[in-house]
Design a protein around this ligand. Structure first.
Ligand SMILES: Cc1cc2nc3c(=O)[nH]c(=O)nc-3n(C[C@H](O)[C@H](O)[C@H](O)COP(=O)(O)OP(=O)(O)OC[C@H]3O[C@@H](n4cnc5c(N)ncnc54)[C@H](O)[C@@H]3O)c2cc1C
Length: 370
């Protein structure tokens, strides 16, 4: 769309929906965001709380832009905690060095023995680590999404919570969104930002499922007084970490202000929370023995939205005029989502095209008829 400011309905109040609403409203568009529960109800409020580099060249620009957006809205603290990749074998941390090498803002250092324990005193003996400095900003899981929602409202967006909706498509044109109470919200464009629920809204027939759910469980623990985790810590093997989305219970820890977050796991189906939480704790205790003495503050399960190739899905939906999407950020939605919200907003406003790697009609996610 171009010319006069469009009316846009955004479906979904996670990090990408709220940031898109913010950028649309700042550009002068008239925006309504419909959220079936409350803002940040899903992954955008239940994540592990680490804003960090995806360590691939394609998504790096989304991360860099998102950092400056987070900074603008006061989400980032002064300094990143750093990402510490650890393994029983040195090959994992060495793989981390290679993964970080292309990025000038990141610095790596291989550490083991006493040097590693000095860096991270609670770690078990016998591990090797790679410290990647310059990334791993801790942030309360819901902080960014709530802040973007607030800023969107200040910029004039209307946010309706407790309203589920789906795109209303007539003759190949999206004419607005139909609320679950039957009311039509007419709009010049509809942006689907419904996380793992997006596929069902984009193609109710189920033939095209560009975004699927990858479930994760986190365990929030309070460490005994005098003990702390200093870095975002991840267990790495030769293959890295989250490139391999099928991996099961892997050790990850994120230090937030009041708790340390263990996890998250990765599974295609909804987890048995108590069983998985116990496995997360047991795995973590192998790397951080103090975990065995920590009290559990909360266990959370939630689904990440992932596309087949692991990269977000952005911009116009093929075959339906006026329908747009922003979804599929997998384990990096808090780290990359704000920039995607900006790109999705610009695509609706006709300001800029979506980068080819993220287009909703790319080969990896193309609908069957295309
Ligand atoms: C356990 C876990 C840990 C994670 N840790 C990190 C991390 O440390 N760092 C990081 O960068 N990322 C992390 N992520 C990933 C990140 O949380 C997600 O990629 C991101 O939150 C997805 O945001 P979203 O806005 O696309 O979707 P969501 O947060 O899922 O939001 C979608 C919203 O749409 C609403 N909705 C759905 N259907 C409808 C409908 N029909 N009508 C209206 N509203 C609807 C939902 O209620 C929901 O609020 C983690 C994810 C999980 C699950």
């Amino acid at each position: 769309m171009s010319g006069a400011a469009p009316d846009v309905v955004v479906i979904g109040g996670g990090i990408v929906g709220t940031s898109a609403a913010l950028f649309l409203a700042e550009a002068g568009a008239s925006v309504v965001l419909l959220e079936s529960q409350v803002v940040a109800a899903a992954a955008s409020g239940r994540n592990a709380g680490s804003i960090q580099h995806p360590l691939d060249r394609v998504r790096a620009p989304l991360y860099e832009e998102s950092l400056s957006i987070h900074q603008r809205f006061g989400i980032l603290g002064d300094r990143p905690a750093g990402l510490l990749a650890v393994g029983a074998e040195a090959s994992g941390p060495v793989a981390a060095i290679e993964a970080a090498a292309p990025f000038r803002d990141l610095h790596t250092q291989l550490v083991d023995g006493a040097a590693l324990r000095e860096l991270e005193p609670e770690l078990a003996e016998g591990l090797t680590g790679c410290l990647i400095s310059g990334t791993g900003f801790p942030a309360h899981p819901a902080a960014a999404t709530r802040r973007f929602a607030e800023a969107a409202r200040e910029a004039g967006a209307r946010i309706e919570e407790g309203v589920g909706a789906e795109p209303e498509v007539v003759g190949g044109n999206c004419v607005g969104a139909r609320g679950d109470d039957g009311a039509l919200w007419p709009a010049g464009a509809v942006l689907v930002a419904a996380g793992p629920w997006s596929s069902a809204l984009l193609d109710p027939s189920g033939a095209w499922q560009p975004v699927s759910a990858l479930w994760g469980v986190t365990v929030q623990i309070a460490l005994p007084v005098g003990h702390a985790v200093r870095h975002r810590i991840e267990e790495w093997d030769d293959a890295g970490t989250d490139g391999e989305l099928a991996a099961g219970v892997q050790f990850e820890a994120t230090p937030l202000d009041d708790v340390t977050v263990l996890g998250a796991t990765r599974a295609a189906t909804a987890p048995d929370e108590p069983r998985v939480a116990e496995a997360v704790r047991a795995r973590a205790a192998q790397f951080l023995p103090i975990v065995a003495s920590a009290s559990v503050a909360a266990v959370r399960a939630c689904a990440r939205p992932v596309a087949a190739d692991g990269w977000p899905l952005l911009g116009p939906v093929p075959g339906i005029e006026g329908l747009h999407v922003v979804a599929g950020h997998g384990p990096y939605g808090i780290s990359l989502g704000p920039a995607s919200g900006r790109i999705a907003a610009d695509a609706i406003l006709g300001r800029a095209a979506v980068p080819a790697a993220f287009r909703a009609d790319r080969a990896a996610v193309r609908p069957p008829q295309a």
